[in-house]
Structure formats: C-alpha cells, structure tokens
Design a protein around this ligand. Sequence first.
Ligand code: GLY
Ligand code: MN
Ligand code: MN
Length: 431
Amino acid sequence: MHPSLVERRRQLLAAIGDAVAILPTAPEAVRNADANYPYRADSHFLYLTGFTEPEAVLVLDGRRGKSILFCRGKNPELEIWEGFRHGPQAAAEAFAFDEAYAIEELDQRLPELLADVPALYWPLGRVAAWDARVAGWLEAVRARARFGVDAPAQFGDLLPLVDEMRLLKDEREQAILFRAGQVSAEAHVRAMQATRAGKYEYEIEAELLYHFVRNGARQPAYESIVAGGANACTLHYVANNARLNDGELLLVDAGCEFMGYAGDITRTFPVNGRFSQPQRDLYEVVLAAQLAAIAAVQPGATLDAPANAALRVLVQGMLDYKLLAGSVDGVIESGDYRRFYMHGIGHFLGLDVHDVGLRRPGGQWRQFAAGMCTTIEPGLYVRPDDSVPAAFHHIGIRIEDNVLVTANGHYVYTDAAPKRIDDIEALMQAS
Ligand code: GLY
Ligand code: MN
Ligand code: MN
C-alpha cells in the first residue's frame, strides 16, 4: 500500500461532496471454454484502490468521508485451486479502506448507503448491466419514500473526475513509468540484436516478450507489432508470421506493462543491419519530425504543438523526395499528406496505453503541464503507386518515444533504444 492511494480517494471524496460514488472493477473475460484471458483490473479502479482481484467494487461515501471496498470473501477451498484472495478484512488493512464487505453484500448494502444521499456518481452509461444494477438499487431506495427516505435525484458520470486526476502523474507513477519505459527500450535493443534475414517476425516478438517477462512485466501493454517490409504499412499489423527479408526494414511497436503502467515504443531498423539509401532518406525525415515534435513538448505549450511541428518536417520530406508536389502550406491545407501519414502524433500514456484525459476540454487545446506523459510517434508509410518513386514503395517507418513533461521542459525516458542511424547500425553490426 502506498500513501498516494489514500490521498487519491480523499481528493475524489472532496470532489463529490455529499454524493456517493460507485466504481466496479473490470469483469473477467472468457478466452474460450473455461480458459480466461489474463485478468486485468479496470484502470480507474486500480488507480484509486491498488486492488487487483476481480469481482470488486469501490464505494465512496461523501457524507461520512469513507471509502468502502466490496470484494471476494475468503474461501480456503477455492483458494487451493485459484490462489490467494485477501477477503474484506485483510483487504481493508492492506489497502487502507475504512470499511470492507463481501461482494455478495453489495445488493443489500447499496440501497442503505444511498438513502438520503442527494447525488450519485458511477461510470454512467458505459456498461448496461451496471446501469441496470444501479437502477435496481435506486428503485429499492425509492420504495422507502413513504418512510421519509429520499433517493438520489442527481446523477453524474464518475470517470471524467478521475480522468483529470490521472492526467498528472505523481512521483511514484513516474518512477513506474520510467521502469516500464526502460524494460521496453531494452527489449527493443534485444530485438535489434536478434534480427536476421530468414527469421520470422514471431521470433523477434519472442525476444521482446522474453525480456518483458523476465523483468517482472508479465504482459505487453498491447499486442506487439512486428512488421517486416510492406507489413509496416498496415498500421495495426499483429499477424507477426512473415519471413524477414534481406534489404527490407522491420518496424517493431511494442511495450510492456509494468505494475499496471504502459511502455509504448516503436523502432524501425534494417533487417540486414544497414539502411539502403531510400530507406535512409525517409528515415531521416521521420527522425527529424520526431525530434521537432519532442522539442515542442513544453509546459505551457498547447497539445497541438508537437503535431504541427512534426507535420511541417514530414511534408517537406514528402516534397523533397517527390512523394507529393506543391508547397508545404498547400499540402497541409489540402490534407494530401494523409496518403503517407494518416495517424496522430501521439497520446497520453499511463495505466492505459492510450491514457485518459481530454485533449481539447471545452473545445480549446489543453496546455502541457509538468507530470503529463505522452508518446511522440510520427511515421511515413508508402504504399506502391505509380505516382510515387518505386525506390520508396512498401517502406513503412515509425519512431515512437515516451516523454514526461517536466517543470521546465521534457524528459525522454525511452532513449535506451537507439534511433539514430549510426547508433542502430553500430548496434546491429556488433551483434
Ligand atoms: N502501440 C499503440 C500506439 O502506438 O498507439
Ligand atoms: Mn506504439
Ligand atoms: Mn503509441
């Protein structure tokens, strides 16, 4: 248990006033028959509780200022099969809840907790089964109206309140993110060292997963993309089953999840360890765009600054190498660059790989502030087309790093994975 958990709940209690807030964790998910996917708690729930068992609900009682956990009860028989469960009492002690009850008591206790409460927050309108369950509790409170009990009359979505809190990473979160970034970057180094013509994409994926797991990061933060040659032009390519060919590039987009927090790195490098001239030309454009975008990550700068900085560099490159004709401003105006660069410059990073937080609250670009964490990931993807020089056909390049906004600038914490051409070639020649 770390003190920030209690502080987060206290902050949320202050935000909801006299209301009650209800937050269930994620359900278990069946993979097939009686085999489940690896369990992953809901990120908002994890942020506020630190509790990783399924079948759990957090209730914040604003009037009494109390945080209450509902969780699986102890069950020695089942624990022989399925492993340790805290049970309410140990969970309350370990995670500093004021009260804890068995999950089976939820339907009985919630109508009591909601009596004479003016307002209720939960993840409203997200999971139909929970909306129905909340409606059932409200019905039970309303049934007591003739005894003078008032039911909540105001309802709100809980998640935006938590999203705002999650946007700024505290020191502990930053340390965990740095570790997720470090392990992810080391895995990319390992992938570069292992790459050879004739291997299969999944053999490189295995190197990444091996490094994640042996460092205590049991899961990737998202499905790894290991895309040789033309496969790199499929943005979410995850088949990872093709042979790696001499003379082609390999694009690897992979990051681990460490203690719930995501790393998200992309590197693109030559299968044979040496960039050809056309590969080098486009790579230098993407790298220059990425460095320009990273330089624009500054506290006080608006969130669109990195995208704008990268786009001008990318478009200039498209003109220089005759992918497009015209002027930088004209191509940006027309949107023609989207043929070769069709995704955003990046996203917030945290417990979710595409982390929460509005980018344009109230229609205005948000400003970067110390403690925000973002990816910066420009790319160029050239599908074959008569209008494009043949030397560039099938080349797909993306370079992605993870960046923390600091009080006076930014900190790129994933640069243990080389991205300058000389550094990549030196590493690959030596392996
Ligand atoms: N790996 C997912 C992304 O880069 O957004
Ligand atoms: Mn990525
Ligand atoms: Mn990303």
